[in-house]
Design a protein around this ligand. Structure first.
Ligand code: SF4
Length: 81
């Protein structure tokens, strides 16, 4: 996993990773929380400003990914997917 800040971030006590190789760009995460995610020029998800989304909204957006491209860790334990 890359440490690219577009695809790895620590926010609200959570470490969130986007696997850009798995992302297929459906945009469900963007629809759920446009503050947290956006699609880049390649149509692949990157972080927008997840610091501006509340924790629940961010978690909902992460959980909505149909291909499990977003992993969320809390205290080094994966809680999504
Ligand atoms: S929901 Fe998953 S597959 Fe869809 S854009 Fe977001 S990360 Fe990519």
């Amino acid at each position: 996993m890359s440490d690219d800040p577009r695809s790895l971030i620590v926010v609200n006590g959570l470490r969130v990773e986007i696997d850009r190789d798995l992302c297929v760009g459906f945009g469900d995460c963007v629809t759920e929380s446009p503050a947290s995610f956006e699609l880049d020029d390649e149509g692949i998800a990157v972080f927008n400003t997840p610091q501006s989304a509340d924790r629940g909204e961010l978690l909902e957006a992460c959980a909505t990914c149909p291909v499990d491209a977003i992993t969320v860790y809390e205290d080094d334990v994966a809680i999504i997917p």
